[in-house]
Design a protein around this ligand. Structure first.
Ligand SMILES: Cc1cc2nc3c(=O)[nH]c(=O)nc-3n(C[C@H](O)[C@H](O)[C@H](O)COP(=O)(O)OP(=O)(O)OC[C@H]3O[C@@H](n4cnc5c(N)ncnc54)[C@H](O)[C@@H]3O)c2cc1C
Ligand code: SF4
Length: 550
C-alpha cells in the first residue's frame, strides 16, 4: 500500500474548495461523522482539518500503543471522510493544535473554523491561547455527550467547593430524563442500581471468550514505525499491536463485547484474575474516548438486548450506569472544578510540575500524601503478585480493567501515601484510554481521595482480604494474604490499618468508616506496633526498587 501522505493527497482542497467549503476542525478524540458538526452539512460542502501535533505527543511519555491507536485511527478516519467526499487538510506539525490551526487559517485564508467544544481541558486551553493570537473559531456544543452542564446544575446547583457530589443522584436524573431502562417513572426491575448483586469472584464458572484481534495493516504499520522512530523512549511496549483502527473494526469489537461479554459483565464486574486479564469487561473505553464508538449507540444496543432477554438486567444496568452515570458525571466534575484547581484542600507542594505551566496538573492532596511514586509502577518487580501482574499488563497493553486500577494500583498508592499527582500522571501516560477529564477525576477523585471527598464518599482502600476474595492473585504470591504481621505476611493489610491510624483526624468521623475504626480501636498496643513495623518495611522495600530502563 502507498504511504499515507500519497493516499490522502487526492483529498487536499483546491483554492476554490478552500473558499467554498465550510471548514471543521476535528480534534484527535472526536473521530465521528455520526453526530456533531459533520452531520450538519453534506460531505460535498465540507472540509475537515486534522492535526498530528508533536507538541502534544511529546508533552508526556504516553504509552506507545496509545500513540499508535490515536494516530492510526486519525489517519483511517481522514481516509474514511475523503471517501465520503469531504476535503481534508491533514497537517503534521511540531506545534500545538492551536498554533497549527492559526497557521492553517492564515496560510489558506480560512474565514472561520467550526469545532465541537473540546472534551479535554488541555485542548480548550490550547485553542483559547490561539484565539488570543487571532484564531477565528466557532465553538459548538459537543453532542457526543449524553448530558449537558445544565443537567449537572439541575441536580447539584452551582459548583461549591467543600461539598460532596454523589454520582447516584446524577445517574437517577439521567435515567429519568432519557427514559433508559425505565417503565414510566419506575426503574426496570424495581431499582435504579443492581451494584450490590454484582460482586462475585470468578471461579471458572464458564469459559471466557477470546476477543477478536486486529493486526496492523500497512497504514498502521507506517504509524508504528513513526512511533518507534520518534517516541522510542516512551512508556510501554509496542509489540503485538492489535487494536481497532477503522470504524468497522471498532464496531466489530463492540459487537463481540455486546454478544459475548456483557451477558456476564454484572456478576463478575469486580473480579480479578491473573490468567483472564479482561474477563467480561467490554474494553470499549479507548474507542469511546476517541468517539469511534458513541455512548448513545452502546446504551441503545444494551437496552435493546436487555429487553429481548439477551443480557440479564443487572449486567445491562451495570454497564449503562458506567456510561450514562460515571462517565458523564466525571466529565462534569472535571469542568466544574477546572481540572481540580477549584477544590479547596491542601495542595501537594513537593510534586514536580511536569509538564510545566500552563499544562501542569492540579495537585490536591487532602490526606497529605507526598511520597514519590516508586519504580514498581514502571515495571520493577516487587514480589507483590497483584501489583506486578497488573503493571505488567499495563506495560504490555496500556489497559487493565476498573477494579485492578482501583483496588490494586491506586489502593497501594493511597495506603502507602504516594503522591496522588504523580499517580495521576502515571495513569495518564500508561493507559490508552486516558484523557485529562477522565483520568484526573478517577485518580484524584475516586481512587485516592486527594480531593477530600468531592467525588467519593470515602477512600477506596482495603487490606489483603478484599484482593484475596475477588482474585486468584494471592494463591500465586510469595506473601500470605491471611497474615498481616511478621515475615512473609501480605503488606496490604498492615498498610491498611496504618493508613487508617495515620489519617484518623481526617477520616474517623466519616460515617462509612465507623466499622473499620471500631476494629482498629480494639487492636492491642503490641499488634499496632507490629502492624506499623510491617507497613514501614513494605514502604521502604518499594522505595528501594530501582527504576528499570524504559
Ligand atoms: C484509577 C482509575 C483510573 C481510571 N482512568 C480512566 C481513564 O483514563 N480513562 C477512562 O476512560 N476510564 C478510566 N477509569 C474508569 C474505568 O476504569 C475505565 O473506563 C474502564 O475500566 C474501561 O474499561 P472497559 O471499557 O472495559 O469498561 P467497562 O467496565 O466495560 O465500562 C463501560 C464504559 O463505561 C465507562 N466508564 C466506566 N467506569 C468509568 C469511570 N469511573 N469514569 C469514566 N468512565 C467510566 C467507560 O467509557 C467504559 O468503557 C479509571 C478508573 C480508575 C479507578
Ligand atoms: S498476598 Fe497480598 S501482595 Fe500478594 S497478591 Fe495477595 S494481596 Fe497482593
Amino acid at each position: 500500500m502507498a504511504p499515507f501522505r500519497d493516499l490522502i493527497r487526492p483529498a487536499a482542497p483546491t483554492p476554490a474548495e478552500i473558499a467554498n467549503r465550510s471548514w471543521i476542525y476535528v480534534p484527535y478524540d472526536r473521530l465521528t461523522d455520526r453526530t456533531g458538526p459533520l452531520t450538519e452539512q453534506p460531505a460535498s460542502e465540507t472540509g475537515i482539518v486534522l492535526i498530528e501535533s508533536g507538541a502534544k505527543g511529546n508533552r508526556r511519555p504516553y504509552h506507545k500503543k496509545k500513540l499508535v491507536l490515536l494516530l492510526a485511527n486519525m489517519r483511517h478516519f481522514a481516509l474514511e471522510q475523503a471517501n465520503r467526499g469531504c476535503k481534508v487538510l491533514y497537517h503534521l506539525t511540531g506545534q500545538t493544535y492551536g498554533e497549527a490551526l492559526l497557521h492553517l487559517q492564515q496560510k489558506h485564508g480560512l474565514t472561520e473554523i467550526t469545532v465541537s467544544d473540546p472534551a479535554e481541558r488541555e485542548l480548550r486551553l490550547d485553542l483559547a491561547l490561539a484565539q488570543e493570537q487571532g484564531l477565528r473559531l466557532r465553538i459548538v456544543p459537543d453532542t457526543t455527550w449524553l448530558s449537558t452542564p445544565e443537567d449537572f446544575a439541575q441536580v447539584f446547583g452551582p459548583y461549591k467547593a467543600g461539598r460532596s457530589y454523589v454520582m447516584d443522584r446524577f445517574y437517577r436524573h439521567m435515567r429519568l430524563q432519557t427514559n433508559i431502562l425505565m417503565e414510566g417513572i419506575r426503574p426496570q426491575g424495581g431499582k435504579f442500581s443492581f451494584d450490590s448483586e454484582n460482586r462475585k469472584p470468578f471461579r471458572d464458572e464458564l469459559p471466557v471468550p477470546i476477543p477478536p484481534e486486529f493486526p496492523p495493516n500497512d497504514l498502521t504499520q507506517e504509524v508504528i514505525e513513526l512511533v518507534e522512530q520518534h517516541y522510542a523512549h516512551h512508556f510501554g511496549s509496542l509489540e503485538n499491536f492489535n487494536l481497532p483502527v477503522t470504524r468497522e473494526q471498532a464496531e466489530q469489537q463492540w459487537q463481540f463485547a455486546l454478544q459475548r461479554l456483557l451477558p456476564f459483565f454484572g456478576p463478575f464486574e469486580d473480579a480479578m484474575r491473573d490468567d483472564h486479564l479482561q474477563l467480561f469487561h467490554s474494553r470499549t473505553s479507548p474507542l469511546i474516548n476517541l468517539s469511534r464508538l458513541l455512548p448513545a449507540d452502546l446504551i441503545r444496543d444494551v437496552e435493546e438486548a436487555a429487553l429481548r432477554g439477551a443480557i440479564p438486567l443487572p449486567s445491562a444496568e451495570g454497564f449503562i450506569r458506567q456510561l450514562l452515570g460515571w462517565r458523564e458525571f466525571m466529565r462534569h466534575l472535571h469542568r466544574e472544578t477546572d481540572g481540580y484547581r477549584l477544590v479547596q484542600v491542601p495542595l501537594e507542594s513537593s510534586s514536580p510540575a511536569n509538564p510545566p505551566a500552563p499544562f501542569a496538573g492540579a495537585a490536591p492532596s487532602a490526606l497529605g500524601a507526598t511520597l514519590p511514586l516508586p519504580a514498581v509502577y514502571w515495571g520493577a518487580k516487587s514480589g507483590l503478585h497483584c501489583i506486578d501482574t497488573v503493571v505488567a499488563q499495563v506495560i504490555e497493553e496500556g489497559w487493565s480493567h476498573h477494579i485492578t486500577r482501583l483496588m490494586v494500583l491506586s489502593n497501594l498508592a493511597t495506603l502507602c501515601g504516594f503522591s496522588p499527582r504523580q499517580l495521576t500522571d502515571w495513569f495518564w501516560i500508561a493507559y490508552i484510554d486516558a484523557y485529562d477529564w477522565v483520568v484526573e477525576t478517577n485518580v484524584l477523585g475516586m481512587a485516592t481521595y486527594a480531593d477530600g471527598g468531592l467525588t467519593a464518599t470515602k477512600p477506596y482502600v482495603s487490606g489483603a482480604a478484599y484482593i484475596h476474595r475477588m482474585s486468584n492473585y494471592c494463591g500465586h504470591c510469595q506473601y500470605d494474604a491471611k497474615r498481616s504481621t511478621g515475615a512473609g505476611s501480605c503488606p496490604y493489610t498492615a498498610l491498611y490499618w496504618t493508613f487508617l491510624e495515620r489519617n484518623e483526624a481526617a477520616l474517623a468521623s466519616n460515617f462509612r468508616l465507623q466499622m473499620p475504626y471500631a476494629t482498629l480501636h480494639k487492636k492491642s498496643a503490641g499488634e499496632l506496633v507490629q502492624l506499623r513495623a510491617r507497613a514501614s518495611e513494605a514502604i521502604e522495600q518499594l522505595k528501594s526498587l530501582a527504576y528499570p530502563k524504559l
